[in-house]
Design a protein around this ligand. Structure first.
Ligand code: E4P
Length: 221
């Protein structure tokens, strides 16, 4: 399972990139709005910073306008992936983009039925939003598992991109379910590396090592 960062923030991208585990990035209008900068410049800079696909979301509503906007977004950088929302117009525009060899990510997907539609238009990615399903009192992980199973049984090539992940167990469960990609905010990424036993273990190793150095210096050994 590939790990993507769900952000439009360059510092966050640079920080996780240094770990050597970052395979791509997803953005959305809310994330770009948070950056308070020229969104077109920001999109370009994010694409330049990430070694891997970067999803850029369309904001238009009619199929024609989504398609036009999608073609423009595809031209932002060679690694741009165009996000279309799971609506009839989004699907229509998405299909046309796929026919132009533009990689498409169908976003705001909340059910297996919707995911099937994304696969049928030949999208590169479909993004089920787990956290938002949980927030609405549904079982996001159950939806993800069903989508992964359907895609396996049907041999769909569309990659399942588990999105709206809120904590490390979401990431672990997504991997167990067979998701192709997990995208998560910076905070969740940093939690993946943390474990109290690692911190305790490191403290003990450090203390023992310092004790040995002190004893050697004092000639006690
Ligand atoms: C994915 O592409 C979306 O940008 C993202 O995962 C949404 O997550 P949220 O529900 O935390 O806003």
């Amino acid at each position: 399972m590939k790990l993507f960062l769900d952000t439009a923030n360059l510092e966050e991208i640079r920080a996780i990139k240094r770990w050597g585990v970052l395979s791509g990035c997803t953005t959305n209008p809310s994330l770009l709005a948070k950056e308070h900068s020229d969104w077109e410049v920001q999109m370009k800079e994010v694409c330049a910073e990430v070694d891997g696909p970067v999803s850029l979301e369309t904001t238009e509503k009619s199929a024609e306008a989504i398609y036009e906007e999608g073609m423009k977004l595809a031209g932002v950088a060679p690694n741009a992936v165009v996000k279309v929302v799971m609506t009839p117009d989004g699907l229509e525009a998405g299909k046309r983009l796929v026919e132009q060899d533009v990689p498409v990510n169908v976003t705001l997907t909340f059910s297996p039925a919707q995911a099937i539609l994304a696969a049928e238009i030949g999208a590169t990615y479909v993004s089920p939003f787990l956290g938002r399903l949980d927030d609405a009192g549904a079982d996001g992980m159950h939806v993800l598992r069903d989508i992964c199973e359907i895609f396996e049984v049907q041999g769909y090539q569309t990659q399942v991109l588990a999105a709206s992940l809120r904590h490390p167990m979401h990431v672990v469960e997504a991997a167990l379910s067979g998701a192709d990609v997990a995208t998560m905010p910076y905070d969740v990424f940093t939690l993946l590396v943390k474990h109290p036993l690692t911190d305790l273990g490191l403290e003990k190793f450090d203390n023992d090592w310092k004790k040995l150095q002190k004893e050697l210096k004092e000639g006690a050994r």
